[in-house]
Ligand binder design. Sequence first.
Ligand code: MF3
Ligand code: CO
Ligand code: CO
Length: 266
Amino acid sequence: MEYKEMVRRFPNEKVPTEKMIKTEEQIEGIRQAGIINTMVLDEVEKKIHIGMSTEEIDKIVVETTKKLGGIPAPFGYEGFPKSCCTSINDAVCHGIPNEKDILEEGDIINVDCTTIYHGYYADASRMFCMGKCDEEAVRLVRTTKKALDLAVEELKPYSKLRDIGYTIEKYVKSQGYSVVHEIGGHGVGIEFHEDPFIYHYGKKNTGMVLFPGMVFTIEPMVNEFSRDVFLDSSNNWTIYTEDGGWSAQYEYTVLLTEDGVEILSH
Ligand code: MF3
Ligand code: CO
Ligand code: CO
């Protein structure tokens, strides 16, 4: 359906801007970027191990992305110094790879990769449990993935934006955990971060109507205890839990289609 007709069908609702609806050509470009980005995460998954530094993870991301003809989007993005984010245990997101952070048995780590391929962006992240982990840590990681998968399962064209967050937070709370509110998903594809902001909490049946052709990330951050977080003032990037509890995150880039959802990167 054409944009103008979709708008006409929802006269009393907040609707996406025309820019938020990708053309067929753009979708195909983002789809290719998504495939490459998923391959980069697959390579990280294959090579990640206890005893390695997060700097080495960054090297894998750089080399794999280049080999596949892409560019890591984080490098130089608003001054970010590395090519992926590596967030360990109580780090919620935007951890900066470095030589000093060595993966230890029992750690949980999120690796977040964004690839530019022929000018198009795709963004995804996964958790890795290093060796034998605490049962609670494993449950936190599983709950986070499940929350994202539930939101994707329920996602459909012409549903409401805040349903995504409603589903996520409801499930997370039922498991005794909390959802970070300050950071959200985002439109993606032509740029790294586009509108709209994708909330990971909210009221059912509110927010803008989601149209087919929208491409965005869903990337819930789930904390063991309180949802409160703070920014590391020493690097102005990394977010940590306020109370030191552990945090997990998964991220997909998704495309809304006329009849459902296509996961473009995971
Ligand atoms: N990949 C993150 C996201 O999901 C953004 C990281 S910004 C960076 O939106 F500069 F740290 F890479
Ligand atoms: Co993102
Ligand atoms: Co990301």
